[in-house]
Design a protein around this ligand. Structure first.
Ligand SMILES: [Zn+2]
Length: 377
């Protein structure tokens, strides 16, 4: 790729490993009657040949995503994580804490102050710096990590939580690639970045969140030697088994994306030709890349139902598919409701019994593996 320098090590060499084509900013939901073409930008993942950081290649200016309601799974994980870090003795009483938050919300500060930590005031060095899905939102990865390292008090600990690249690869989570998310960390690449910032890993914890999330604790080189512990070595071993630095392995995500998109398109064509009515459920930003990759328009999917009042009178970005209210489930009496939000099946079945009462069914677009929709039809 011309002109791209790694966001971490500034190295110029790397591979384009995933290309989802031209995509709108994921939270750009226009009004349904806005006929102007939506602005689109290339959505591509690049793997650095030097440090191994998987990253967003192009850098469009996108609006900051609003803080939404925190999913229950995130809240529970935060409490679990703080508990495990405390039991490891890494939360000093009356210690100063700085939090680098995610624009999506999910602050741990309340949990940490309950444990006796004190939020830092302007520029005060911190004994604990917490970064929960924050660093990935920085276009300049090296600069952002250096800023965190500079804020550590002597003996301080940086806690970094990230969705593991090995998880993304093993689970085919190509949909994790999003504008505004600049980095997709393997533990191996993150440790190389930490070394450049004068930090080294001490220990780590794993969580089931998003299929596999890690929280890594790192401190200054100067604060003692000591090799990474067994938990860190185990994450590195998993990286090695998965092949997180191998462009050919990451290109598997491209295959996963194409298969998912092709299956969706073909399934919708078959449903339409059989005269069966399909609507979508869940106007989630994660559905946008899939709909565009699958070349789905309102001829194939006439509407996406969403319960959020904020999404009404809008359409799915980059498509002509309108977002409609749940009342349409009764009006349209669909044969199938295609669910775009994972893990919500039980909830929507109970919230909208009218779908099955009138002979319709729910299909989770992600719960089915590749070919799943095919078997289902
Ligand atoms: Zn690099």
């Amino acid at each position: 790729m011309d002109h791209h320098a790694c966001r971490a090590c500034r190295g110029p060499a790397g591979h384009l490993v995933l290309d989802l084509g031209e995509q709108p900013a994921c939270d750009y939901f226009p009004r349904w009657d806005d006929a102007r073409p939506d602005p689109v930008y290339p959505l591509q993942m690049w793997l650095c040949s030097s440090c191994g950081l998987a990253q967003l290649l192009t850098d469009p200016t996108v609006p900051e995503e609003p803080r939404g309601a925190e999913p229950a799974a995130l809240v529970a994980q935060a409490a679990d994580a703080v508990d495990r870090v405390a039991r490891a003795g890494l939360l000093p009483p009356r210690g100063v804490v700085t939090e680098y938050g995610s624009p999506h919300g999910g602050s741990w500060l309340g949990l940490l102050t309950q444990r006796g930590l004190v939020p830092s005031s302007d520029g005060q060095p911190a004994d604990v710096i917490l970064d929960c899905f924050g660093l990935m939102h920085a276009a300049d990865q090296a600069g952002a990590l250096a800023a965190r390292a500079a804020g550590l008090a002597p003996g301080g600990m940086l806690l970094l939580q990230y969705h593991c690249l090995s998880t993304i690869i093993r689970r085919g989570q190509w949909n994790a690639l999003r504008h505004g998310h600049y980095a997709y960390y393997s533990t191996a690449a993150l440790i190389a970045m930490l070394a450049d910032a004068g930090l080294r890993p001490r220990t780590a914890w794993r969580f089931d969140l998003y299929g596999g999330t890690a929280l890594l604790a790192a401190s200054r080189d100067a604060d003692g030697s000591g090799e990474p512990d067994e938990a860190v070595r185990s994450l590195l071993a998993e990286d090695a088994r998965t092949g997180v630095k191998d462009p050919a392995v990451l290109r598997g995500l491209q295959h996963d994306a194409w298969v998912r998109a092709r299956d969706l398109h073909e399934w919708l064509v078959r449903e339409a030709s059989a005269g069966r009515k399909v609507v979508g459920y869940g106007a989630a930003s994660r559905a946008v890349a899939l709909l565009r990759l699958a070349e789905v328009d309102r001829g194939l999917l006439p509407a996406v139902v969403d319960a959020s009042p904020a999404k009404q009178d809008l359409r799915m970005p980059g498509t002509d598919i309108p977002v409609v209210t749940p009342a349409e489930l009764t009006v349209r009496r669909p044969d199938t409701v295609l669910l775009f939000v994972p893990d919500l099946l039980a909830e929507v079945r109970s919230a909208f019994p009218e779908v099955e009462a009138s002979g319709g069914r729910w299909v989770d677009v992600e719960a089915h593996g590749s070919g799943g929709l095919e078997q289902d039809a």
